[in-house]
Design a protein around this ligand. Structure first.
Ligand SMILES: [Zn+2]
Length: 394
């Protein structure tokens, strides 16, 4: 009895609604951590379902890594993220097993990020998608139930208003709170990375809060995982902002020693990803994915401004950054306009050229962004390239 009571405390529930207005199939997705690195996911649908179509690409994570426990189910690769056929007949439930180290492609979300203290962050977006019912394909409206190991704290990401649900956390560590942001920092991070996170996250958050005159709601979680630090040569820092969350994963032995250029890059990366959380909070609509230079360039410019204001970067650092962005932008454009380059599927120009749009304007980036958000709200729709042009005019 006592054990059951304890386990109940590890369960947490999150509703994930997907796109507003579409017809949906309700589902409960239970994610159980079986031991340190094995997982069982049990889907229970309200209606009978014949197949699932996933939304996020995951490389071989599902096709090779998933052991389908329900007899007769098959995974079919094809267009997009792949499809799971539920044994050729409609079912109300099915379950899969997988391990934390299942492979995935470099440009997709890492399925499970490891913390050195046994904590794990699992990407719920890989579990979500559309279901085929008698009425055709419908988005899943899911509630997630997390069942951790004894001693695990489980944390669900905040409800995404649009798009994929983010990472769920299982582990022994409690997050710490700074300016409405909850930080979960791997204790095994090398001292220079730990110092960088501790310095940049609160300082940049304070600048964003003051300059954008916004408090973060839903207490977003910032995760810094280093459980695979010693697993490889070289280094990689993988991460990004998700709905109400920010994840960063450090891997590779080159990160053990501080290097000035790496440190400066990391400072900017942390400030950039944090800027997205405030951008998201300031808007009533999702980022306009066909105009990536507006939010990516905006995050770059906010990051540089925040680092300079906080005294972490000198004016000379910021000027040197602008010079390097100018040559990176020119190289990436190859004589095309930014819009044309993005239209051709070439995103190398998005960050440097987007940054320069803000950096070259006499209007300070935070003022420009406040006006952009306000125009988008007045128009009751996403921001546009014309709105950006207007707000960057003095
Ligand atoms: Zn970004």
């Amino acid at each position: 009895m006592a054990k059951w009571m304890v386990r109940i405390l590890f369960l947490a529930v999150l509703a994930c609604t997907g796109e507003v207005g579409a017809a949906k199939v309700r589902a409960e997705i239970q994610v159980a951590r079986l031991d340190e690195d094995r997982w069982r996911v049990l889907y229970r649908f309200e209606n009978s379902v014949e197949a699932l179509q996933f939304v996020t690409r995951a490389g071989a994570f599902r096709s090779d890594g998933w052991l389908l426990e329900t007899p007769g189910c098959v995974f079919e690769e094809g267009e997009g993220a792949g499809k799971l056929l539920l044994s050729g007949k409609a079912r109300n439930s099915f379950s899969v097993l997988f391990a934390s180290d299942s492979s995935f492609e470099a440009d997709t979300y890492m399925p499970v990020a490891r913390f050195s203290d046994g904590g794990r962050a699992l990407f719920l977006g890989h579990l979500w998608g559309e279901a085929k019912t008698e009425q055709g394909w419908q988005l899943l409206e899911c509630s997630f139930v997390l069942d951790g190991l004894e001693g695990d704290l489980t944390l669900l990401p905040a409800l995404p208003a649009f798009g994929d649900p983010a990472y769920a956390f299982f582990g022994p560590q409690e997050p710490r709170e700074h300016n409405g942001l909850r930080l979960l920092i791997d204790p095994a991070l090398p001292a220079w990375i730990l110092d960088t996170v501790e310095q940049v996250a609160p300082a940049a958050s304070a600048v964003y809060r003051n300059e954008l005159q916004l408090e973060l709601t839903d207490r977003p979680l910032a995760l810094f995982a280093a459980g695979m630090l010693h697993a490889a040569e070289g280094y990689s820092i993988k991460g990004g902002a998700l709905a109400g969350q920010f994840m960063m994963h450090f891997q590779g032995r080159d990160l053990l020693e501080e290097q000035p250029s790496l440190k400066q890059g990391l400072q900017k990366l942390i400030a950039h990803e944090l800027a997205h959380l405030w951008q998201e909070q300031s808007l009533d609509t999702p980022f306009a994915s066909h105009l990536p230079w507006i939010h990516e360039g905006g995050a770059e410019a906010k990051a540089v401004s925040a680092l300079t204001r906080a005294g972490i970067w000198s004016e000379a650092d910021s000027a040197a950054f602008s010079v390097s962005m100018a040559s990176a932008c020119e190289r990436a454009l190859e004589g095309r306009s930014l819009k044309a380059a993005v239209g051709e599927g070439d995103f190398a120009a998005v960050y440097p050229c987007g940054y320069l749009l803000y950096a070259h304007s006499p209007v300070p980036v935070f003022q420009a962004w406040r006006q952009l958000a306000s125009r988008s709200r007045q128009a009751d729709g996403p921001y546009t390239a014309a709105m950006l042009e207007t707000v960057l005019q003095p």
